[in-house]
Ligand binder design. Structure first.
Ligand SMILES: *Cc1c(COP(=O)(O)O)cnc(C)c1O
Length: 374
């Protein structure tokens, strides 16, 4: 938690809420830029689409990776130029493609034949890039089961893109979100570099490599610094491309905003569930449906602290709704003070990314998560 957030918490905002330090977002932008100065940064808007964040990043000179037309419009409203937006979702409605094209968005992603046909039809002449499937090992929140196409197929699709009158601009990959191994980028770079070479010998020279997101946040476990990723990515780029480097893009989402935010919640009920279960259960006023969706499978392990005293003991953490899956940490409980009682504040740290945008609309009558950008 940053000192600015700590000071804001003294005003006792109503819980649950997210308090996010914009100054930290600016620092994260600068840190990512310094780690990989050769790459243009396209902030992945879906991580947190709040207008104050978008406006700050516009001012910093960031570009944007948008997943939908409303995200594109939010970027434009925040002052971004259409030319600095990439429509990075590989699943788009024709009308959304046409509208983005008309607004001047220059860059579109695809990873299938049908999507390519749609782009040719509704964004004629646009720059397109194919998302290549790469290993997601090392990622706490993998994406590879849903996105990306194998290299051989990407090759055929890029040649087809050119034949359809599109600008076959480049390739992308995503090594999975919260990727804790820098080697995932090295392996992915060598895979796509082979494809660059292959396509060049087929007469198609690609100009751009989009390295996606995945840069991690320090939750419970330590992760390598951004600089480590930058150094190793750059070394892999030079090793694979020599002096013939393509334009590089990165699309950090989590690493841009995750550690800038804290969810402030309140314990609503503290109890022992059944005689066989020694552990206290703490039910908060926020849960999986209030925005903590990434606790599914206990995949993302947020640091949790409570304003209470006593020795730390394993504690099950659950949400307030009448839904059985609304339990955050049970298989591996959190360590919380024994003296924790209902009414005490519980802080869930580093929740600036993928929380507010996941909060449900009034499930069980609970309002979407309140947000304070300071
Ligand atoms: C979600 C997403 C990102 C952001 O990933 P992070 O792991 O949050 O950095 C980047 N690019 C694309 C295409 C995405 O879908």
């Amino acid at each position: 938690m940053t000192p600015r957030v700590a000071s804001y918490l003294e005003s006792n905002p109503a819980t649950p809420c997210l308090v996010l330090d914009l100054e930290r977002v600016g620092e994260n932008y600068d840190r990512l830029h310094a780690a990989l100065p050769a790459a243009r940064i396209f902030y992945a808007v879906k991580a947190n689409p709040a207008a104050p964040i978008l406006r700050l990043l516009v001012e910093r000179g960031s570009c944007f990776d948008a997943a939908s037309l409303p995200e594109i419009e939010a970027c434009l409203e925040a002052g971004a130029r259409a030319a600095d937006i990439s429509y990075g979702n590989t699943v788009k409605k024709p009308a959304a493609i046409a509208r983005a094209h008309a607004l001047g968005v220059p860059l579109f992603a695809f990873d299938s034949d049908e999507e390519l046909e749609k782009l040719a039809r509704h964004a004629p002449g646009a720059k397109v890039y194919c998302r290549v499937a790469v290993a997601n090992e090392g990622a706490d929140w993998p994406l590879s089961n849903k996105f990306g196409t194998p290299p051989a197929q990407a090759r055929a699709l890029m040649l087809k893109a050119r034949a359809l009158g599109l600008v076959a601009h480049g390739l992308s990959f995503h090594v999975g979100s919260q990727q804790t191994c820098a080697s995932a980028y090295e392996n992915a770079i060598s895979t796509v570099a082979a494809l660059f070479t292959d396509l060049k010998s087929a007469g198609l020279e690609l100009k751009m490599l989009n390295l996606g997101g995945g840069f991690p946040v320090r939750y419970e476990r330590d992760v390598p610094e951004a600089g480590v990723y930058g150094t190793r990515i750059m070394a892999a780029m030079v090793e694979n491309f020599g002096n013939d480097l393509p334009d590089m893009l990165i699309e950090p989402g989590r690493a841009m905003v995750g550690d800038a935010g804290v969810v402030v919640s309140e314990a609503v009920l503290v109890c022992k569930r059944i005689p066989e279960d020694e552990r206290p259960w703490v039910y908060l006023d926020i849960g999986r449906f209030g925005g903590l969706a990434e606790t599914e499978g206990e995949a993302i392990r947020y640091r949790v602290s409570a304003e209470a005293s006593g020795p730390l003991e394993p504690t099950v953490l659950a949400g307030p709704t009448c839904d059985g899956v609304d339990v955050m940490y049970e298989k591996t409980p959190c360590l919380l003070p024994r003296g924790l009682k209902s009414g005490d504040r519980v802080l869930i740290h580093d929740t600036g990314a993928y929380v507010t945008s996941y909060a449900s609309q009034n499930f069980n009558g609970f309002a979407p998560l309140a947000e304070h950008y300071i």
